[in-house]
Design a protein around this ligand. Structure first.
Ligand SMILES: [Zn+2]
Length: 373
């Protein structure tokens, strides 16, 4: 593979922009300079070079989904439950397309909507703490990259939530198998339960309240990251919270009234506790979900929302690059330095000052291959 030299470019270093300098791509990796003779030269003047963006919460089932991510500068996607399991797993390891990792099939309670209507096999229901090792062994056999656990809100009609001791047993079994755990949470109570059970990452946010002081203290103790999926929470508040049945229910039970500001408050609580806040969109095209963020472009909206929720632009960018990679153990990416994967996005302007600049894409490289847009 011929080398590439991106010249005169300012480089995101996790805090701000350094340079201008020349960044060399060779054999799919970022290489130490100078540029070798014959390298293709890309003029990076006036631009900023970011590590390829990592969308930490997607649902992908087609090559089109991955192409849309690539076009938006997203070079790694973390699938967070694959109802079309074979189609999703077949998309792993395609050169020139975003790297795909997947939870495969998530843990839920017996009789939950995830096994009754969302298309997951009944065997993914965990019947109790004693069933946790079996569930995790099945995921290891499936090739899951991490374990997703659905923690449902017991206040919601027809919910079939996993009990706290079952969640803790799945976490312990996953950790024993060397897998990280990601919990789907939908309220302050379910978030507290998941963090207390020892999960590594929670995804989504509280929506009917903020986090209480007890949960805030727990966050100070536990190194848990959050993928808030703010665009999805906004969609849930609008599309589920606004449905006649939920509106009627929230009149009887005001505690069930959903407000987007509680999602932003959840982000602020994690930030105040010094915890990693990661960028994830919940991009999907399943009409059964409350909202369908679009693959790729939704990550730019998520970055904007994270900044509006109180992160600095550099913090939001770390949540889509270095922090995302570190949280999921992806030591080969997320930072621009020699030896890392040449997953790179060249944008116009300075996204550490104006996060909207991430949309002004001038070039995308995945594993050193330039993506045509
Ligand atoms: Zn999701």
């Amino acid at each position: 593979m011929a080398a590439t030299a991106i010249t005169g470019v300012r480089v995101f270093d996790g805090a701000g922009l350094r340079g201008p300098e020349t960044v060399v791509i060779r054999d799919g990796l970022i290489a130490a300079g100078p540029a070798p003779d014959g390298a293709e030269v890309v003029d990076g003047a006036g631009g900023a070079l970011l590590p390829g963006l990592i969308d930490t919460h997607v649902h992908v089932s087609s090559e089109e989904h991955l192409r849309a991510c690539a076009a938006a500068g997203v070079s790694t996607v973390l699938d967070m439950a694959a109802p079309h399991f074979e189609a999703t797993m077949a998309l792993k390891g395609r050169p020139g397309l975003p790297s795909l990792l997947s939870a495969g099939r998530p843990a839920s309670g017996p009789g939950s909507m995830f096994v009754t209507t969302m298309g997951f096999p009944a065997s993914t229901a965990v019947t109790g703490p004693g069933d946790a090792e079996r569930f995790v062994a099945d995921r290891v056999a499936d090739g899951s990259d991490y374990v997703k656990i659905i923690v449902e809100d017991p206040r919601i009609p027809k919910a079939r939530p996993l009990a706290a001791d079952t969640v803790a047993a799945v976490v312990a079994a996953a950790h024993a198998a060397g897998l990280r755990t990601v919990a789907h949470v939908v309220s302050a109570g379910t978030l507290h339960l998941a963090v207390a059970a020892g999960v590594d990452v929670v995804t989504h946010t509280a929506l009917t309240s903020g986090l209480d002081a007890q949960t805030q203290r727990l966050l100070a103790d536990r190194p848990v990251a959050i993928i808030p999926t703010l665009a999805m929470m906004d969609g849930v508040a609008r599309n589920i919270g606004g449905k006649p049945a939920m509106r009627a229910l929230s009149l009887v039970l005001p505690a069930l009234r959903m407000r987007y500001r509680h999602a932003e408050a959840t982000v602020a609580s994690f930030r105040a506790a010094g915890r990693a806040v990661l960028a994830g969109t919940d991009a999907n095209d399943d009409p059964r979900t409350p909202f369908q963020p679009r693959h790729g472009e939704a990550l730019h909206d998520e970055l904007r929302r994270l900044v509006r929720a109180g992160l600095t632009p550099a913090e939001a960018l770390r949540g889509a690059t270095s922090l995302a990679a570190a949280t999921f153990g992806l030591a080969d990416r997320g930072v621009i330095e020699p030896g890392r994967r040449a997953d790179l996005v060249l944008v116009a302007g300075d996204p550490t000052r104006d996060i909207a600049a991430t949309r002004a894409i001038r070039g995308v490289w995945i594993g050193g291959l330039r993506c045509s847009s």
